[in-house]
Write a protein that binds this ligand. Structure first.
Ligand SMILES: *[C@@H]1O[C@H](CO)[C@@H](O)[C@H](O)[C@H]1NC(C)=O
Ligand SMILES: *[C@@H]1O[C@H](CO)[C@@H](O)[C@H](O)[C@H]1NC(C)=O
Ligand SMILES: *[C@@H]1O[C@H](CO)[C@@H](O)[C@H](O)[C@H]1NC(C)=O
Ligand SMILES: *[C@@H]1O[C@H](CO)[C@@H](O)[C@H](O)[C@H]1NC(C)=O
Ligand SMILES: CC(=O)N[C@H]1CO[C@H](CO)[C@@H](O)[C@@H]1O
Length: 575
């Protein structure tokens, strides 16, 4: 009898440990090994539809009929005519250069000056079209919706092993003009149409391969189960490879996301050791060790990028920590009432300017002086360092460590600290304002700036009008309440007026919070940090603790992406 029980226990232990083992194994594959993958391929951009005859293009005041290829590229410009971009020298120059490549030789000889081109009618035509779309009847709108749903059902899902998974963005971007962020040197260039011949498909050998449109062929069909993309191609502007992958809400993506934040959590545990180490290294006899240690200090304290992590276009002169040049920093042994101040000024990722003044420790300052000695402005600040050396060093310090992990760690811990500091038990709108402020602190840290939206002033005005109206309504209702009191009206009437005042006060407060939020957010982009750097488990825990509706913090797409964290629900989450 006894031996039966011990046998049972042994069997149970065995089963449990194998479950545990299987779970571990699944995690360690980092989600990117499938056995079976079947999908329908991408949805290509619709072909170009030539303009109707009554839409004319004028060159130097004279009517000119363009060939279809030249006309198509001209329409890209016309569609953006109201946008500030088309007034920028760089944009116009790049556009014109690429446009000429599409012209017939006759067009090339006629059109010699972009300033003599009149795109007005084209632009008006597209504006009228978009207006017409807005005015469409319910039935027409429904038809479009149904068609989109049909396409989603056909192309929007794949089968990966035994799961049906949503595909991320399965539509290939239509051709157009490249914008880029900031003052990107390639703005205005022609982003080419992607043809089937440009596209590589990755799927299982034994699956139904996606069919290219009739009369065309894919560039290649691969069967590589180590990658998670289904479709890839190379875009012509930066030469970067684009992918169609699974939707962020899919199992595999969720696991990757989870792992990223787990790595940041591991950094939290050992960051003090790393700091002690780099401080020690500031005193090293070896120059390369000192440089590495100062660079690491910048990455830790300023959340700088390592530099050329991704290949930027060769002309975009953007800089990260390792590629800082002498001209990008200035040293002040005293500035205002601070000592040892470093001033940074350079173009970072996406050509966004990074400007910051920061007091540093004396030893860092002395080291920087040393690195600057006998150098020209265009020389490298860290001449004994490059990204691969730094990354290798980070790997040695902690498995999986990169400069990005420091950003994730700092962003997440800053969010948590800020939330703790700012949130008070007030109304829901006040809590949301606190959350957005915490998110803003992180976005500033990560240098996620944006130009104030064009519509900013207008939308602020609208909001202010609403506030003024509410205020008027409030004082009117208050007056009524007072009048009722002096007239000793029935107490029932009194109570409902009091309620009305309260309700209006709440609405007014909500509007005022919105206005503050929008004003503070004028030049800051919250989306990037929310999506890429903030551990969603912090936000989820905060939402639960303070009883804030999840949809106030995450919109639908974000809720899908962070489903793994929302489901996980760790109470009282400590990062
Ligand atoms: C451009 O063409 C439109 C008519 O299509 C005309 O009204 C406008 O004056 C033209 N603009 C210039 C600068 O010639
Ligand atoms: C995060 O970055 C800021 C500066 O950008 C720095 O002052 C702070 O020490 C960092 N915090 C942590 C915990 O790394
Ligand atoms: C970085 O520097 C090391 C050593 O000087 C060198 O071997 C390596 O090729 C460099 N890597 C890059 C990407 O420049
Ligand atoms: C959610 O917000 C992001 C920006 O943070 C935006 O790009 C996206 O379009 C929004 N999605 C929906 C469904 O509103
Ligand atoms: C078999 C094969 O070539 N697979 C490729 C699928 O795409 C990735 C990314 O380009 C490549 O690394 C694989 O080699």
């Amino acid at each position: 009898f006894h031996s039966f029980y011990s046998l049972l226990v042994i069997v149970l232990i065995h089963i449990l440990s194998s479950i545990h083992f299987r779970w571990e194994e699944e995690r360690s594959t980092d989600g990117s090994k499938w056995k079976f993958l079947e999908h329908k391929g991408p949805v290509l951009a619709p072909p170009y539809e030539p303009l109707p005859g009554h839409v004319r293009f004028f060159y130097d005041g004279k009517l000119l009929r363009l060939s279809a290829p030249a006309e198509e590229v001209a329409t890209f410009f016309a569609k953006m005519l109201d946008h500030e971009y088309t007034t920028k020298e760089m944009f116009r120059k790049n556009f014109y250069k690429d446009w000429r490549k599409e012209m017939t030789s006759e067009e090339k000889s006629k059109i010699t000056d972009i300033n003599k081109c009149n795109f007005t009618e084209m632009s008006e035509y597209f504006k009228a079209q978009s207006e017409a779309r807005k005015q469409m009847s319910k039935d027409e709108k429904l038809k479009i919706k149904e068609e989109n749903e049909r396409i989603l059902q056909e192309y929007g899902f794949c089968v990966m092993d035994n799961h049906k998974e949503r595909i991320g963005n399965f539509r290939i971007e239509p051709p157009g003009l490249f914008r880029g962020r900031g003052d990107h040197p390639k703005m205005g260039m022609l982003k080419r149409r992607i043809r089937p011949e440009d596209i590589i498909i990755n799927c299982s050998k034994d699956s139904k391969h996606p069919k290219p449109p009739q009369g065309t062929r894919w560039k290649e069909v691969r069967h590589d189960n180590k990658v998670t993309w289904l479709v890839s191609w190379t875009e012509n502007i930066q030469g970067s490879i684009k992918y169609i992958m699974l939707n962020p809400s899919s199992r595999i993506k969720g696991e990757k996301d989870w792992q990223k934040y787990e790595t940041a959590r591991r950094l939290k545990k050992c960051v003090e050791r790393l700091r002690a180490q780099y401080r020690e290294d500031w005193k090293s006899k070896e120059m390369r060790v000192r440089q590495r240690a100062v660079a690491l200090y910048f990455i830790d304290k300023l959340a700088l990028r390592a530099g050329n992590e991704k290949e930027e276009g060769e002309t975009a002169d953007t800089v990260g920590c390792c590629s800082l040049r002498v001209e990008h920093i200035k040293l002040y042994s005293k500035m205002d009432d601070q000592e040892y101040v470093v001033e940074f000024d350079f173009l970072g990722k996406d050509s966004i300017r990074y400007y910051n003044k920061m007091p540093v420790e004396k030893r860092v300052f002395k080291n920087l002086q040393l690195f600057l000695e006998n150098k020209q402005p265009e020389d490298d600040l860290f001449d004994r360092l490059n990204t691969s050396i730094l990354n290798k060093h980070l790997q040695e310090l902690m498995d999986g460590l990169t400069a990005k992990v420091f950003r994730t760690y700092n962003a997440s811990i800053t969010l948590q600290q800020q939330l703790k500091e700012l949130t008070t038990d007030e109304s829901i709108p006040a809590k949301i304002l606190s959350y957005n402020r915490a998110n803003r602190a992180v976005a500033i840290l990560c240098n996620h700036q944006r130009a104030a939206p064009k519509t900013f002033e207008k939308s602020m005005q609208n909001l202010q009008t609403k506030i003024d109206e509410k205020q008027k309504q409030l004082s009117a209702t208050r007056k009524q309440l007072k009048g009722a009191k002096t007239e000793h009206k029935a107490s029932h009437d009194d109570r409902s007026k009091k309620k009305a005042v309260q309700r209006i006060e709440e609405q007014l407060m909500k509007l005022q919070m919105q206005a503050t939020d929008r004003e503070e957010n004028k030049q800051i982009a919250l989306g990037t940090s929310k999506l890429n750097y903030l551990d969603p488990r912090i936000s989820v825990a905060w939402v639960k603790k303070w009883d804030v509706p999840m949809e106030k913090i995450y919109n639908k797409t974000q809720r899908e992406k962070f489903a793994w964290a929302i489901d996980m629900a760790e109470e009282d989450y400590e990062f």
